[in-house]
Design a binder for this molecule. Structure first.
Ligand code: SF4
Length: 670
């Protein structure tokens, strides 16, 4: 059966205009594709509530990347031994071999001897099928995702405070806020379209304030009314001191706390001892600036926006929870122009959390630790109770160690490039070399490909159809505008076919992506991310809706918790109280500098797609290491010199870029 018969092929041919979405980042900008005599044309979708017609440099150049097929995987391949080259094989052979080897390894070594490593790039339907196959049918929780690297602290921080992995607000809050507290996020580069909304709101009313917390004077920080260039890792102390000042300035809403939150009796004394003076010594910022920042939050509509600077940390959960505290104690969660806002990096990190696509999650925000929740999912999938293990599976980093040690034997990697993106990269190389079986399912020939025993070539944007959820819980449809090149196929279909080849025909008898989505939505019924009112057909008609959306007449939900009720057993939010922890390595004589990382404006992830666009590559053609002139002088480094950056875990080379926009003692790599 050919691709056209298997996949939804919507309006593109018939109407010549297709509304879809950008696949790069969690902002989720709407895109219009038009086909004309000269081929496809792309522009921002003026009707999309997220971007209102605007696109950043990456979104605008998507077609340049999409039209290049020279780095695409076009045919299934496999090899019979590690000393053999891979050879092109028919799809049926690659699917059968994947299924047979996975089942054989499980039979020989137990069900946890296999793992899937998936991606926030996956569409929800693909994510759902991979998670269903692993947990419900292979009987292992060994499915983790590259979202582990970016969002797992945010998930834990949301659950610890709000009782659920929910972003309470929406993009409209950016337009309505009086003060934005942007921390650990270079929005101007990483979430540019949202930052433009913020800039427009600020320009409309100069009394509005932008506070940026970042060790570097980023492009975002340069637009700030107040930049707190903190010592890396000292965020919790700063959050406590902001809480202290809010308390001192009478801006804590104790009535709201008493009605809607628990834990104030523990948090209040902690805030009382974290004065700005004390925090200033830890964070290395002026105490007066901390007091000023608090005064710009006090009594105003304010929101926090954060991303990897908080999440990617040994204390990430503490940082997220202590930041959300500030919204809770000011009683501002769920109100227009207010609330904590976690900016997701990947286009469908949120969708992945909805399907339970981490080693410690179940679909629709259910708890793996709860027998009732596991039974509910098992009953829904029609598998015997007890199929889903209670214990969490291997997380991304644990998976690397399990493969290295031989505890795990096989890994199926879907739409991600762990050799380039996992920490301690050399250990990942060792892990993939030690594995008995490595299956790579991807659209592009990436750094992980050389380790593959089986290659499953996948479709990518704009060749496949399915849903994604943006940072504001907005579910929208990505449409297929043309067939994939060569023999590449949509990921959902590849996963379905492997599942069927494993013998799980009945549970994976999906005719198309819409049927997968319908099952996913049905499983969310009655949960805090209820999407049972959504369908592909409705999304195609209405373009996008925010969950919860529990029935077909429901308009979706812009803000959560407006009534002050939270999804905890007593309906109260939880105030987190903890002292700043020092879990990170300290600098010493051997390793005297702190290395931070971040994004550059025009590239994305490991550059498999954005690196194909000359226009994007030209703006930042080579890696650089930003370093303060004093630190550079102490090491005899000049601007533009090639330097080697060495940590306890590895080394790399880059051109030195000297500038006083970074603190002394800190350097930065993109
Ligand atoms: Fe795409 Fe993100 Fe840029 Fe929007 S902001 S166009 S979603 S990369």
């Amino acid at each position: 059966m050919g691709w056209h018969e298997m996949c939804t092929w919507p309006a593109m041919i018939a109407a010549d205009v297709l509304r879809t979405a950008c696949p790069y980042c969690g902002v989720g900008c709407g895109i219009v594709l038009e086909s004309g005599p000269d081929g496809l044309r792309l522009e921002g979708d003026a009707q999309h509530p997220g971007n209102r017609g605007k696109l950043c440099s990456k979104g605008r150049t998507l077609l340049h990347a999409a039209l290049r097929t020279d780095t695409r995987l076009l045919h299934p391949e496999m090899r019979d031994g590690r000393d053999q080259p891979r050879r092109r094989v028919p799809w049926a052979e690659a699917i059968a071999r994947t299924a047979e080897r996975f089942r054989a390894i499980q039979k020989r070594h137990g069900r946890d001897a296999v793992a899937l490593y998936v991606s926030g790039q996956c569409l929800t339907e693909e994510y759902y099928l991979a998670n269903k196959l692993a947990k419900g049918f292979l009987g292992t929780n060994n499915i983790d995702t590259n979202s582990r690297l970016c969002m797992s602290s945010a998930v834990a921080g949301h659950k610890a405070t709000l009782g659920s992995d929910c972003v309470p607000g929406c993009y409209e809050d950016i337009d309505l806020a009086d003060t934005w507290l942007v921390t650990g996020a270079n929005m101007a580069f990483a979430h540019p379209i949202l930052f433009r909304r913020l800039e427009a709101a600020k320009a409309a009313d100069p009394a509005r304030k932008l506070i940026v917390i970042d060790p570097r004077r980023t492009d975002t920080a340069q637009s700030a009314d107040l930049h707190l260039a903190i010592r890396p890792g000292s965020d919790v102390a700063l959050h406590l001191a902001l809480g202290h000042e809010l308390l001192r300035q009478g801006a804590v809403d104790e009535t709201w706390i008493s009605d809607h939150a628990a834990g104030w009796e523990r948090l209040r004394p902690l805030l009382e001892v974290w004065s700005p003076d004390r925090a200033a010594a830890v964070c290395d910022v002026p105490a007066a600036d901390i007091a000023t920042a608090a005064s710009w939050l006090a009594g105003r509509r304010w929101m926090s926006l954060w991303t990897m600077g908080l999440n990617q940390s040994s204390s990430g959960t503490d940082k997220v929870a202590s930041l959300i505290n500030l919204s809770l104690i000011t009683g501002t969660v769920g109100k227009p122009g207010c609330g904590p806002f976690s900016l997701t990096g990947q286009p469908n990190a949120m969708g992945g959390r909805e399907v339970g696509g981490l080693a410690n999650l179940l679909p629709a925000h259910r708890s793996l630790a709860s027998a009732a929740d596991r039974n509910q999912v098992e009953d829904f999938w029609g598998v015997p109770r007890g199929t889903i293990p209670a214990a969490p599976g291997l997380t991304a980093v644990e998976l690397v160690e399990a493969l290295r040690s031989g505890r795990c034997k096989a890994v199926w990697i879907i739409a991600t490039n762990p050799v380039a993106s996992l920490p301690a990269a050399l250990r990942c190389d060792e892990a993939l070399r030690a594995a008995e079986l490595v299956v790579v399912q991807d659209a592009y020939a990436n750094d992980t490909l050389p380790f593959a025993d089986i290659v499953l070539p996948a479709a990518t944007w704009p060749e496949k159809c399915g849903s994604m959820t943006t940072s504001e819980r907005r579910v929208h449809l990505v449409e297929a505008a043309r067939p994939p090149p060569g023999e590449a196929r949509p990921d959902w279909r590849i996963i379905r076919d492997v599942a069927v080849a494993m013998g799980f025909d009945a549970a994976f008898a999906f005719a198309d992506e819409a049927a997968v989505f319908a099952e996913h939505c049905a499983l969310t019924r009655g949960t805090d991310c209820d999407m049972s009112g959504l369908s592909h057909e409705r999304l195609r008609r209405e373009r996008s809706l925010q969950w919860p959306c529990p029935d077909e007449g429901h308009p979706g939900t812009d803000r959560l918790f407006a009534d002050g009720r939270f999804p905890t057993h007593d309906g109260r939010a939880r105030l987190w109280s903890g002292e700043p922890a020092q879990r990170h390595e300290a600098v010493d004589a051997e390793f005297p500098l702190i290395l931070t990382t971040g994004r550059i404006r025009d590239q994305w992830h490991t550059q498999t797609r954005s690196g194909l666009v000359n226009k994007l590559v030209r703006t930042e053609p080579a890696a650089f290491c930003e370093i303060h002139p004093d630190d550079a002088a102490a090491r005899g480094i000049g601007d533009g010199d090639l330097v080697e950056i060495v940590s306890r875990r590895g080394a790399c080379r880059a051109r030195a870029r000297l500038g006083d926009g970074i603190r002394t003692g800190v350097c930065f790599l993109p």
